[in-house]
Design a protein. Structure first.
Length: 306
């Protein structure tokens, strides 16, 4: 008489619900057993891919820094597995840059007449020095002449309140909050510049997303170069014998950043240097204009929401 073996309970993946047949799910790759990990395991799991010597992040940084346009060309050619995804590269390097600026305390303190202002402090400015007429500045005297579709009284009150908050500490709170808002601004700014790129290469077969990809790689390189420059300058400033490295790093960075863009455009879009140079100048003009508008809008928004 045969002995009946007890039926084993079927196990299912907690992530996707597929039937498990081993230590890992064949459908999504998650481990079958997923107990609560220790703090050490949690940290390793969170940072292992970033700090691993074989990480795609590290394999991405060298061509990103030294071979303008290479990553974009590799991605468009379908060779993507070796490198980190473009948006992840941009996100990591931009966050690293803004974190570095915070750690190195690069914020500029604004002081008027050497000391912070209080709400009841007034600044006097000479309108007509010949006549000796002085006019006192006060946030409450701000008026709007042409408010368009905006409610004039409400908008004036918002501006006056923002002005008073800024005057309390001479604008330092505005600068700190503005620094926090700039990374968010970049998420809107880069897609706008991609539209400019689309217009510049309107008669090519390039899709909008290809221009967006190009700009993600360029801005990732931009943040990486600035982060390296700031790091070298910070170390050089701490050790006077190598203080000259700060000036060298700054000079190289401000030459390399615009040159990087020109070389990358030539490599990715495969046009003559003359055509690339013309489009490069047009892009710089549009880029600068868009950046000024974006910064002005972000500054106004920051001031009104302090």
């Amino acid at each position: 008489m045969k002995t009946m073996l007890p039926m084993q309970a079927t196990s299912y993946c907690k992530n996707c619900g597929a039937v498990l047949a081993g230590a890992y799910c064949a459908q999504c790759g998650q481990r079958a057993k997923n107990p609560v990990v220790s703090l050490r395991e949690f940290i390793i799991d969170a940072t292992g891919d970033l700090f691993s010597a074989d990480s795609r992040i590290w394999r991405t940084l060298i061509p990103l820094l030294f071979r303008p346009g290479r990553l974009t060309m590799e991605y468009l050619a379908g060779r993507r597995e070796r490198y980190a995804p473009p948006f992840r590269v941009y996100l990591i390097l931009s966050l690293m840059f803004f974190l570095l600026t915070s750690v190195l305390d690069t914020a500029v303190d604004v002081h008027i007449e050497g000391q912070p202002l209080s709400l009841d402090t007034q600044i006097t400015a000479t309108e007509n020095t010949n006549a000796g007429v002085e006019d006192e500045f006060s946030c409450q005297r701000i008026t709007i002449q042409n408010s368009g579709f905006l409610n004039r009284n409400n908008f004036e009150n918002l501006l006056r309140q923002a002005c008073e908050k800024i005057m309390v500490d001479s604008g330092n709170s505005l600068l700190r909050t503005l620094a926090d808002n700039i990374p968010v601004m970049m998420f809107f700014f880069i897609p706008l510049v991609a539209i400019l790129m689309k217009l510049l290469y309107l008669f090519s077969s390039r899709k909008y997303v290809e221009h967006l990809l190009f700009l993600l790689h360029y801005h990732a390189a931009f943040f990486l170069i600035l982060a390296l420059m700031m790091s070298v300058s910070a170390v050089a400033d701490k050790f006077p014998p190598i203080g000259f490295l700060s000036s060298i790093a700054t000079t190289i960075s401000w030459i390399y950043i615009p040159a990087y863009l020109l070389i990358a455009m030539h490599q990715v879009y495969s046009q003559s240097w003359l055509a690339t140079g013309i489009k490069y100048l047009l892009l710089l003009a549009g880029y600068t204009t868009t950046l000024v508008i974006a910064l002005a809008t972000t500054t106004v928004f920051t001031a009104l929401t302090l």
